[in-house]
Design a protein around this ligand. Sequence first.
Ligand SMILES: [Zn+2]
Length: 154
Amino acid sequence: MEVLDTAALLTWPLEMLVGGVCASSQLSEVERLSPARHLLIEAQGPEFVTPSPSAIELAKEISQRTGDYSGLSNVDLEVLALALSRSLPLVTDDYRMQNVCESINHPWRGVIQDGVKEVRTHVLVCTGCGLIHTQGEVCPDCGSALKLKSEKTN
Ligand SMILES: [Zn+2]
């Protein structure tokens, strides 16, 4: 599992978001930026969690130490708080959040990178309804067999 920042929520294919964790406040951020996307991720996106006040306090403390605090939004802080308190890698292209993670050796990776492309190149496609799934042998929607399919990389 990974904590996903809002850029990932907006740009990643839906099937990649399913295993992720996000802050509840990101849901309203996405609603504001992309109402269509909001409907999709609310229905079948990642897990949305509200970080505890102590987790937010920790994220605040560490980002104050690196000097990044003033540049972070409340949503950013909640995203950081989730990653730190749950010891989950953070997926973000925001250099401030990356910097905060670096300062305490917390794992992070960019939203757009090779690892992401690799996941995209192999998908499980249902032979019945054609929906794409991330795992399993049988489609949870229609019960048909899933088939591994390679997608063209651009
Ligand atoms: Zn199916």
